[in-house]
Design a protein around this ligand. Structure first.
Ligand SMILES: Cc1cc2nc3c(=O)[nH]c(=O)nc-3n(C[C@H](O)[C@H](O)[C@H](O)COP(=O)(O)O)c2cc1C
Length: 210
């Protein structure tokens, strides 16, 4: 089958792309609402965009043109937390996508416990095996529906004891979940280890050289 991308409306494009760009990791983002409550929602258009400093990026769409609470909170406070959910947290992660008025805290609705941030004022999920405290870096709009790509700098890592071996995450122990199309998720299949391929090391580029 062949068809031009311009044939698709936004919903059709979303249905298609969310089944093509798979599997996606999930940033389970906590942010602080205008009433001081903790907002929580999952976002799977998520990746990391810089090593030094560490930065992550997440695409936040709009509901009928209006910014989602997470986007509003990040812009208002300029900090947020990316919580990494594992298989044990799939139900609350999925349920936290339910739309609520901005003043309602999904953390309260779902009965989740939070811990204070060490560096920023956004709380992080106590049950999450990994949490990343992030400072807002930038936001870039894309396309016709008002989607925005938010970038945050990771200023503090919290990693559950035992998950970090030799500077690397033990992925099998983490048991991460990923999103595929629709309300469908997957966990890790068999891990296949290939030969390491030598890569030229990264270096810090002086500003005048960019
Ligand atoms: C697993 C999962 C991944 C999602 N990924 C995204 C995403 O990448 N971008 C987005 O705008 N919405 C995404 N959503 C929908 C939001 O979670 C949903 O709109 C939520 O209500 C936003 O909450 P908020 O208004 O409190 O920010 C996803 C939903 C689920 C269940």
């Amino acid at each position: 089958m062949h068809f031009p991308a311009s044939d698709l409306n936004p919903e059709q494009t979303y249905r298609l792309m969310s089944g093509i760009v798979v599997p996606r990791p999930i940033a389970w983002i906590s942010s602080v609402n205008a009433h001081g409550g903790v907002n929580l929602a999952p976002f799977s258009c998520y990746t990391f965009v810089s090593n030094k400093p560490p930065m992550i990026g997440v695409n936040i769409g709009r509901k009928a043109g209006k910014r989602k609470d997470t986007a509003e909170n990040i812009l208002a406070n300029r900090h947020f937390v990316v919580n990494v959910g594992d298989e044990t947290l799939l139900d609350p992660l999925h349920d936290s996508a339910q739309e609520h008025p901005p003043e309602i805290s999904e953390v309260d609705v779902l009965g989740l416990s939070v811990l204070p941030g060490a560096v920023i004022d956004t709380p992080r999920l106590a049950a999450a095996p990994i949490t990343l405290e992030c400072r807002f870096h930038s936001v870039t709009p894309f396309g016709d529906t008002g989607a925005e790509f938010f970038v945050g700098e990771v200023v503090m890592f919290h990693i559950r004891d035992g998950l970090l071996q030799d500077g690397k995450i033990d992925t099998a122990l983490l048991r991460p979940i990923c999103r595929i199309g629709g309300p469908n998720y997957a966990s890790l299949g068999p891990i296949v280890t290939k030969r390491g391929i030598q890569q030229t090391p990264k270096s810090i580029i002086k500003p005048e050289a960019t």
